[in-house]
Design a protein around this ligand. Structure first.
Ligand SMILES: [Zn+2]
Length: 326
């Protein structure tokens, strides 16, 4: 196996590249707007154009592209290549034959996978999970997603939803999540959760420099502002990250107890906060995990950054092509 096209279908951009499956090398990275408002068919046709353009620009020719992988923000039937439900794109993405649609028009076998499972698989194949037998990925950004690899296999679950770690309950009577549950991890450690905690502290009249840092324009409040305030020693800001880290540790502790993975990989924008988040996270893990030897579990940062998705989807296509050939 050699060259694959990997693509992230995001709410804002389509991001695609050619990936060498032996080395993980990314080339011809191209980013175009998704323009999701135009509906799924337009988006899929734009993808076809993008892939044709990549193939031409790479000089490889269609014969030398072994498969295409597409990461989609939602739920899907990976065997048939159909979406089931797509959360973050406007329009009706229910039961759309993304895989067959692209395969038919380009003539290259095309496979789909959840976007964060794709990131997990990318990190496993060529990033922070490389060479290990089992890992759990936590990607912490606007939402919290992840994935699970056990015995070198991506775990998809009975109907493909395994790895929705952002919706693990960490506070049974906690904040209502948009998934319908109360107290999901995402309500405590995601970017919007950190921002909401900052706004709440200001609204309650807490003694903090957070308001001043955004010139009292609360629309300007971001997790980064909270991070910078914490670095300046603001107790409220430090507490917000302390809380996020604590709940992250509770969730990771549960992953550890359940799976005893070799590695926990942490990525996404919020993970850039580093020790301010990781120190309370480690304390919570140590406090709550007793029966599993923690010294044998590595907790490491993700390595592939924005390329994790295109690498992961390419490697997923490689896996599916190889599996179908057996
Ligand atoms: Zn939830």
């Amino acid at each position: 196996m050699g060259n694959f096209i990997g693509c992230d279908l995001g709410g804002t951009n389509l991001r695609a590249a050619i990936v060498n499956s032996q080395t993980g090398t990314v080339s011809n990275l191209t980013i175009v707007p998704t323009l999701a408002r135009e509906g799924y068919e337009e988006v899929l046709l734009r993808m076809v154009d993008l892939f044709e353009h990549l193939i031409q620009e790479s000089g490889l020719g269609k014969m030398n592209i072994d498969g295409i992988g597409i990461g989609i923000p939602g739920m899907m039937d990976v065997e048939r290549g159909y979406t089931t439900f797509v959360t973050n794109l406007p329009g009706h993405w229910i039961n759309i034959p993304v895989g067959p649609f692209i395969t038919e028009r380009i003539g290259i076998p095309t496979f789909i996978l959840n976007d964060v499972r794709s990131i997990t698989w990318g990190e496993y194949e060529f990033g922070a999970g490389k060479g290990c037998n089992s890992m759990v990925m936590y990607a912490i950004g606007t939402g919290i997603g992840g994935g699970v690899v056990i015995n070198k296999q991506l775990v998809l679950g009975n109907s493909g939803q395994a790895g929705e770690i952002g919706h693990m309950t960490v506070e049974p009577n906690g904040t209502l999540c948009n998934c319908g549950n109360h107290g999901c991890l995402e309500q405590y450690a995601s970017g919007p959760a950190i921002r909401a905690a900052a706004l709440k502290a200001i609204a309650h009249g807490a003694t903090t420099i957070l308001g001043e840092m955004v010139d009292y324009d609360l629309n300007k409040m971001t997790p980064e502002v909270v991070f910078n305030a914490a670095l300046k020693g603001d107790e409220i800001a430090k507490n917000i990250y302390e809380t996020a880290g604590y709940y992250l540790g509770i969730a990771i502790g549960n992953s550890i107890v359940q799976l005893e993975p070799e590695r926990i990989v942490i990525g996404g924008g919020i993970a850039q906060a580093g020790e301010i988040l990781f120190a309370p996270m480690r304390r919570a893990i140590q406090e709550h995990v007793h029966l599993v030897p923690l010294e044998r579990i590595q907790i490491v940062p993700a390595q592939l950054g924005n390329n994790a998705g295109v690498i992961g989807t390419s490697m997923w296509a490689e896996y599916m092509v190889r599996r179908k050939a057996l």
